[in-house]
Structures are given as C-alpha cells and as structure tokens.
Write a protein of this length. Structure first.
Length: 303
C-alpha cells in the first residue's frame, strides 16, 4: 500500500506536466479512437447482434468524464468499456481529449475501416510511426522524471535502505534470511511496465543484489528498486575488471616470451546508451504459513 501511495503521488505531480502540440494530440486521439474502434469490431465479430456498440462507447465516455475509477470495472454496466476507460485514465488523461477519442472511434466504426484490411493497416502504420517518433520520447522523459521522484520518496521512508549506486530497498518485518527466498516478482517501469511473478532463488537474482546480501536485515520480504544507472555502473565495473585481468595476463605472457608490451589499442568512442526503465524486484520465502499477496502478471506498453 505504501508503494501505491507513493506512486500515486508521483503521478499526480506529473499530471499535465508536459503539454503536447495540437497536431501530436490529434494524432494520439486518432490512434486511441482507432484502437477503441478495433475493440468494437472485435466484440461485433464475437457477439454479433448481441453486442451494443453505442452502449460500449457511451459507457466508456461516461466513465472517463467522471475522471476516476468510481467502482470496480466488473460492477460497471459495461465491464469491457470500463476496463478501457480505466486504462485511458491511467495512461492518457491530459494528453488526449476523451470526447475526441470517442468521436474518432465512432467515425472509424461508421467507415467500417476494418472491413478493408489494407486501409486499416495503412492507418495504423501512419499513426504509429508518428507517435513512435514524437510521443514515445515524451513518455520516456516523463518515466525518467517519475523514477527519480519515486526513488527520492522511497529513500526518505523510515527503514528504507539506500545505496551509493542509487538503489533503494524496502523490507517487511520478519525473521527470514534473504538466502532462503523461493519466490519473486520482477517489474519494470512505472506508467509503462511489465510484471511477472515466478519461482526465484537467491542465485537467480542479479549479482547487483546478491552482492548486498551481507548488508540486508532479516525480513519477510525485500523489495529492490534498481535505476538503470546502477545496472550500467555494475556492468562497467565488471568490464573494467575483466579488461584489467586480460591486460595482466597479456603482460605476463609478453614478459615470458621477451616481447615488448603491445601499444594499447585506442578505445572506441562510447555511444549514448538507450533508455532502460526502473527495475523493481520483490523477493520472499513463500510457504503455506506465510502467504504473500501478489498482483497479477501483466504488460502495459507505451503504445
């Protein structure tokens, strides 16, 4: 619950923080309208006359206009529309106008765009290419800012463990040793994330975490927040150590053979590393006497 509250705080701070240009906003509204229309077409194919497209679109619009997830989607008049509305509210509120999205969806449905697969593919391609070129960099910049704010908020929490490389660890009270874990959840990103829970032993965790074991207290659960810079620094340290060992071995071999030390090769110019999202790893010892509630596996891509 603490993590959820902090995350909501970070998201609220960012609401409307970066306005989109009108042309890009219109492109996003068309993209979302097209996706909504595709949902309508899928339900029509599956349910035929039993599906009411206007009820679906109207329910979506009404829930979005309320601006909050007022009740569980399963209890709404149209659960499928409620789930789409909740996804919109979490992801695109402030970037796209809901009424415009619904209007575009109705236009696509009336045009029966999906009956012409070539036209549908062209429409998707045109919109997706622009959004990947112009909208994704905005999303990534927001993610990075939210990651920094989340890590700062987490580090300020009582009992949180902070490390020089930017990592933060939260622990839940307990008497288990981290070496005895057998279950774990891996999650990446904040707004746009993947989450998978599976069996996980101590040896399965990244070396970046295993190296911290002597510093970790006994607990019932450990949650690690790992910024990409920590991963990058660990990889760079490992690379330098491997290079130093190689150079030492080459030097010893040259000395045995009476060779002159070879001139050091010029290092290639380093390119900027691509963006990688915040990693969250939660681990615990799972047994019938100490069950731990976990969220379902899921994937929330940027587009």
């Amino acid at each position: 619950m603490k993590y959820v509250c902090l995350l909501c705080w970070c998201l609220c701070c960012q609401l409307g923080a970066q306005e989109l240009k009108p042309e890009l906003r219109s492109c996003l509204e068309s993209y979302l309208g097209l996706r909504l229309a595709e949902e309508v077409q899928d339900y029509r194919r599956e349910l035929g006359k039993a599906f009411d497209a206007e009820l679906f679109l109207g329910s979506f619009a009404a829930r979005v206009q309320r601006g909050v997830e007022s009740e569980p989607a399963e209890k709404a008049d149209c659960p499928a529309a409620a789930r789409e509305a909740d996804r919109y509210l979490r992801r695109y509120r402030g970037d796209a106008d809901a009424e415009a999205v619904v209007a575009r969806a109705r236009q696509y449905v009336e045009r029966r765009l999906f009956d012409d697969r070539a036209a549908s593919a062209r429409e998707w391609r045109t919109l997706s290419q622009r959004l990947h070129r112009e909208y994704l960099p905005v999303c990534r910049a927001r993610e990075q800012k939210k990651e920094a704010e989340l890590l700062q908020a987490l580090a300020a929490q009582p009992g949180a463990l902070s490390f020089p490389n930017g990592m933060v660890c939260e622990v839940q009270p307990g008497e288990d040793d981290v070496h005895d874990i057998n279950r774990g959840t891996r999650e990446t990103g904040i707004d746009f994330f993947t989450r998978v829970t599976d069996d996980m032993r101590f040896a399965d965790m990244p070396e970046l975490i295993r190296s911290l074991a002597p510093q970790l207290p006994k607990a019932s659960c450990w949650t690690f927040y790992i910024p990409h810079r920590a991963v990058r620094e660990a990889a760079e340290t490992a690379r330098r150590e491997a290079e130093a060992k190689r150079e030492k071995r080459v030097g010893q071999l040259n000395a045995l053979l009476g060779r002159k030390p070879a001139k050091a090769a010029e290092k290639p110019r380093e390119e900027a590393e691509p963006y990688a999202p915040l990693m969250k790893i939660r681990v615990w010892r799972d047994d019938p006497l100490h069950p731990l509630e976990v969220l379902p596996d899921c994937t929330e891509p940027m587009l």
